[in-house]
Every structure is written in structure tokens, then in C-alpha cells.
Design a protein around this ligand. Sequence first.
Ligand code: GTP
Ligand code: ZN
Length: 344
Amino acid sequence: MSWWETDDDEDEPEFDESDVRVRPNPKGNRPRTKVRPEYAQAITARVLGVDRGRYTVMVGENTDDEHEVTAARARELRKQAIVTGDRVDLVGDTTGDDGTLSRIVRIQPRTTLLRRSADDTDAVERVVVANADQMLIVVAAANPEPRIRLVDRYLVAAFDAGITPMLCVTKTDVADPAEFLANFAGLDLRVFTSRQDAMPLAEITDALTGHDTVFVGHSGVGKSTLVNALIPGSDRATGVVNTVTGRGRHTSSSTVSLRLPEGDGWVIDTPGVRSFGLGHVNPDNILRAFTDLAAVAEECPRGCTHLPDAPDCAINEAVEAGELGESGPARLDSLQRLLLTFRS
Ligand SMILES: Nc1nc2c(ncn2[C@@H]2O[C@H](COP(=O)(O)OP(=O)(O)OP(=O)(O)O)[C@@H](O)[C@H]2O)c(=O)[nH]1
Ligand SMILES: [Zn+2]
């Protein structure tokens, strides 16, 4: 079961940063590389993008010395994935002058890690983006048709990673998204609605300010159009949607970091990811995103699934007894739908 139930995988964009397969590491993702004394002078940088083994990184962020540098990975990092959003330590020539190459010697501990597995039964995960604290899920009201299940999968990936999701529905000039949005009423989910001739740019910019936000969405939903409007000059290629299939051409093909015009905040734009398995997801992380329900679940029997058929589930009982208020049933529904997303 893959994130996208489409059959045209041949032209799936390459995710070069996800080619490195990493084993799930219960101890976290802290690199085990010994700190070598000669790296005491290493400086910290933000990975902006990855292209064929070369990393574009930013050093001196928010200082007078801020500049971009091209870097390669040190051999001792072996196969550890270095992805967009990583904070890394650099040695060597960090001037960023033409033709220079510096070396990444360490990956700093990550605050969050958005990951995917090949499919829902695969425990081997690939990392997509590091250190994002927000996810903007972009979905079109029509052309292509919005899919609840797809948004659920993005939500699960975000909650699992400890990333706060938000939703932007584009193309509201084409269709009314109310019915679609009703499916998410049980979630604490900030929702923006947008149409090309009236994009809520100030509102979205405000939500992005001070954050690192990963943008995700199916190809053709208008994500590049939105990114270009939020960040003039970012030059995200926009494609033409095939009116028969509703699918876009895959015009944006690598993950990049873009800075908000005012400087305080980053957009990490991912290409239309079509296989985003959730084999690695821990159900406890999903429950944790529903703080009110998680508190009730303390009373659940050990190993409770919290699904409708779970015996003596405290959440199910509390909702039935009306103890979780008017929104209780909708919240429980949302939780159960998300829990089922990666159990099927
Ligand atoms: N009617 C309408 N069309 C839109 C809107 N936003 C974007 N589009 C059109 O939808 C098509 C796809 O937009 P893109 O911005 O390229 O979509 P994308 O999600 O970035 O797709 P890829 O670049 O293929 O990943 C383009 O023809 C846009 O002009 C909107 O709000 N309303
Ligand atoms: Zn339960």
C-alpha cells in the first residue's frame, strides 16, 4: 500500500536524499562518529539542498557573514543520510568561493525527522526532511480531486514525527471544499483556503514566520504556484495539469529550502512524493497528538488499540458517556481513522 495509489511510477521524481537507507535506530539519530579533536574548529551550517552527493549549505545564518557553501560528506559518516534541514558541522574551505568544497563531518542531533518507508509493511525507513517543526499539506479542492485518505497519511507522518500539520486547500475557485474539510473538523488543524486570484498570503506568511515548514502535496495541486507567491523569485517550476487524469507533470523534482522574504522562517518544498509508506509509524505518537484523548487513554487496558472494537477502551467509553463534550465523537473518529491509516 503506497501513499499514492497511482500506476505511473516510472516517472516518479528521484529523491536523491532518500536513496540512503537507514535502519530504524531506537537510540535516536545521533551520529555515533567520535568527535575528533581536529574538528574542534568545525562550524555549523544548515543543509539547504542535496544534489548528486553535493550539499548546498548555509553558514553564518542571520549574521553578517551569512553565505552558501558547497560541501561533500566526510567518509566517516558512511551511509548516514544527510537531508535538507539538517544542521551539520563543516570543516575545510568554508569560504564558499567558486570551486571550493568543504566537508561535512557531523550531523547534529535532529529535533524532528520526517520519514517514509517504501511501503506500509517495510520497517526500513528513509528520511525526507530534518528539523521541520511544521508541515503545510497542500491539497486542491478539485483537479486533482482531494483525497481524504491521502491527507490522513500526511497527517500521520507529521504527528509521528512531532511536526505540527496545517492544511491549505487550493483551487477553491474550481470547487467548494466545505464537504471535504468536514472530514477534518475533529482535529486541531489550522486550515487555509486559497484561489489563485485571492491567495491568503499574509495569513500563511504569518503562520510560517519563525518556523521551518515542510510543504507537501500531490503534483498538480498548485503547491509551486503558492510557493512562488509566498516567496517571489523562488522560481519553483509550475506545471500544467492533465485535464484527463488530473495529474500534474512532475515539474519540481528536488527538495529545497527557501527563505521567507522577511528572512525569519523557511519553507522546505518537497517534490510530489508518491510513495510514502508508513511502516515505521508508532501508534503512540498519533495518540499523543490528541492531548485530550491521550489523557483519557491512561485508563485504557495495556495494549489497547482504541479502535471501535477495543474491549474496555477508556476513550470509547468516555465518548459514549458524553464525557468528552460535543466534539468528542468527531475527535475519536479522527483518531481512529488515522490509526487505521497505517494498520490496513
Ligand atoms: N483554477 C486554479 N488553478 C490553479 C490554482 N493554483 C494553481 N493552479 C493551476 O494548477 C496547475 C498546477 O499548479 P502548480 O503550482 O504547478 O502545481 P504543483 O502542485 O506545484 O505541481 P508540480 O509542480 O507538478 O509538483 C497550474 O496550471 C496552475 O496555474 C488555483 O487556485 N485555481
Ligand atoms: Zn483505548
